[in-house]
Design a protein around this ligand. Structure first.
Ligand code: NAP
Length: 328
């Protein structure tokens, strides 16, 4: 099978679906590669209280269902597969899955970001046996257990608060004494009787044969190593962008985030980026969705411009690499 679209969107988080809704409404043909795990990071979150229009909050997976339905309603074709390779060298871009090849005039990359790991010796071995990167998904299994949450950002605070629904004791372990998390969340966690803090400390390994039985912690001031008996270890230490497919293809920053060149356009003309994959800073559902809308509008205008230039040709730009400067 060999299919051709005006726009191919890679990713099915808020950025991908919102981009799809905008381009589909602009009467452009669009396919969304949802990936085998459709919906992105919000599928792993609980209540979203700050998405506009949902004044009483909405569950992450329900929000994603609605965004998906919205894109589909306007004719976006949803493909529940991963893109495994891209070729942006020719005028028509090529996206490959395990089974098929798709051709597109433009591509919007909205592949998002994934959870980071600590890289501890026994972390992966005990994954799913007490080690988790998603309190929302796994919290239920820790009723009346003692757990730690590692990290000092908003995610760590939120996950700790969420885990108090189940766990007997939640301990936040953070490597510094100040927090990246917003003060309101830190305060909420501090005031919760089920949460305590161990700061200026790092987890150096997870203990347990078949399931997690504890962790080793090193105090970063004194160097003292101690053991903390817990049954759950939730990592909340941030994310990295899902840009493996684009290394050596697009301009990325030192952390691997896509560097936009002109508005949402990447270093290859006709290839655009939206959401967390190009945003190490805001990383919110609403900012990702807004980015998706911006990318879709940039795509539409770019395609219109190409049409004009086809009638009145100027030097070709598709597939050419543009000099990158970081946007302020
Ligand atoms: P983050 O803000 O990057 O925080 C990551 C935390 O993990 C930091 O405290 C960091 O410590 C720690 N960390 C990183 N690597 C570590 C390592 N190797 N060992 C130990 N600790 C490590 O990530 P996030 O909390 O996932 O938040 C990401 C973005 O989403 C933020 O913009 C946040 O505001 C947003 N967010 C918002 C909400 C909300 O508004 N309700 C909820 C969740 C997330 P240092 O501080 O020492 O670097």
């Amino acid at each position: 099978m060999n299919k051709q679209y005006d726009v191919v969107i890679l990713g099915s988080g808020p950025a991908g679906y919102m981009a799809a809704t905008y381009v589909a409404r602009a009467r452009l043909s669009v396919a969304v590669f949802q990936g085998y795990q459709a919906g992105g990071q919000l599928m792993l979150s609980t209540e979203i209280e700050n998405f506009p229009g949902f004044d009483t909050g909405i569950l992450g997976p329900e929000l994603m269902e609605r965004l998906e339905a919205q894109a589909e309603r306007f004719g976006a074709e949803l493909i529940p597969q991963d893109a495994i390779a891209v070729d942006f060298r020719s005028r028509t871009f090529v996206v490959q899955t395990d089974t098929d090849e798709y051709h597109a005039r433009t591509v919007i990359i909205a592949t998002g970001a994934s959870a980071r790991w600590l890289g501890l010796p026994n972390e992966q071995r005990l994954l799913g046996r007490g080690v988790s990167v998603c309190a929302t998904c796994d919290g239920f299994f820790f009723r009346e257990k003692d757990v730690v949450v590692v990290g000092g950002g908003d995610t760590a605070m939120e996950e700790a608060l969420f885990l108090t629904r189940y766990a007997r004791q939640v301990t936040i372990v953070h490597r510094r004494s100040t927090f990246r998390a917003s003060p309101i969340l830190v305060e909420k966690a501090r005031q919760h009787p089920g949460i305590r803090f161990i700061v200026e400390s790092e987890v150096i390994d997870v203990l347990g044969d078949d399931v997690v039985e504890g962790i080793y912690i090193r105090n970063m001031q004194t160097g003292t190593v101690s053991q903390l008996p817990v049954q759950g270890v939730f990592l909340a230490i941030g994310h990295h962008p899902n840009t493996d497919l684009f290394r050596g293809v697009l301009q990325l920053d030192e952390e691997g985030y896509i560097l936009p060149v002109e508005r949402t356009m990447t270093s290859i003309a006709g290839v655009f980026a939206a959401g967390d994959v190009a945003d190490p800073y805001y990383r919110q559902a609403i900012t990702a969705a807004a980015d998706g809308a911006r990318a879709a509008m940039d795509v539409r205008r770019w395609l219109e411009q190409q049409q004009i230039e086809k009638r009145d040709p100027v030097p070709e730009t598709v597939g050419s690499v543009i000099e990158v400067t970081r946007m302020p």
